[in-house]
Design a protein around this ligand. Sequence first.
Ligand SMILES: NC(=O)c1ccc[n+]([C@@H]2O[C@H](COP(=O)([O-])OP(=O)(O)OC[C@H]3O[C@@H](n4cnc5c(N)ncnc54)[C@H](OP(=O)(O)O)[C@@H]3O)[C@@H](O)[C@H]2O)c1
Length: 310
Amino acid sequence: MTSAAGPRVVLVTGASSGIGRAAAHQSAAAGDHVVLVARSRDTLEEVAAECAGAASTLVLPTDISSDDEVAACVAAALQKHGRVDAVVHSAGVVAYGRTEEVPVDVFDQVVRTNLLGSVNLARHLLPPMRERDSGTFVQIGSIIGHIAVPTMSPYVVSKWGVRALTRQLQIENRDRRGVRICYVSPGGVDTPIYLQAANYSGFVGRPPPPVYRPETVARAALRQIDRPRDRTQVGIANGVMRLGFTLLPRVFDAIVGPMFPVAAKDLTHPVAPGTGNVLEARPQDDRLRGQQGSAVVGVLRNLRRRVGRR
Ligand SMILES: NC(=O)c1ccc[n+]([C@@H]2O[C@H](COP(=O)([O-])OP(=O)(O)OC[C@H]3O[C@@H](n4cnc5c(N)ncnc54)[C@H](OP(=O)(O)O)[C@@H]3O)[C@@H](O)[C@H]2O)c1
């Protein structure tokens, strides 16, 4: 979109896959200058070629868990455009496993990417926004940042941290009315993150129903630029889960153990332990959608398998 200053400058992290890739497409379609950030240059170049309608595209391969790389990335964006109007921060990784099962380097890198990566981006992007008293920082959180579930220990910890950071940034930036910190929290989304995850839990993960398209979450994120809200949930089940976790913790804890593998794993798809894309990008598996098929069929298949075992 264009303002008096010309087309908006929108920086998208995680732009090579899933929600970030959808946000890049939509921002381009709105005529923005789109700055594309993820680790894999080749995939970002591919996405840049898909960005029809963009005022311009700028590919900045960056590991957001490194403060030095984020500093260089923001400097390059500012050098090219003079400002960043909005950030859709969608980069993230998952590791499945109990706390003591996930190897230390994988556990730490999930937290470093999801939580400290968000800190790094805030550290370098917010000062120029505060100086201009203008800008929107959209943090993609997760329903998992509000609850706890079995075998997702590092992801749960990191996403609770992301929610805490967002609230902290909202308080810290109250003195700049033009700077908005927005939190968008999706439930299950059909993206490759489940297949890309590090996994020490025995079975592949899958988005639990109801599953949303990455485009839906991207639209909610980009909407914050014109109509900022402190908190947005994307997923009709999110409210029920948050309420149950908070108001009925014993009931929640009793149910989540047996329910989680049936709703959020593919029990017909065993997986060998591995680091997934946590330590290094796996560009061959980056794409817009996850392609894991119907969640309801997945749940029924899991139930049949459970019943068949009795
Ligand atoms: N899918 C869901 O069901 C769901 C639900 C709730 C919340 N979320 C959240 O939504 C966000 C996007 O997830 P998604 O499902 O779209 O995942 P995705 O398809 O796997 O995309 C993740 C993106 O993050 C990038 N990335 C990973 N590590 C990075 C690093 N260290 N530095 C820079 N970029 C990095 C990846 O590219 P490279 O590998 O090339 O770096 C990729 O572009 C994440 O924060 C996730 O936690 C997803």
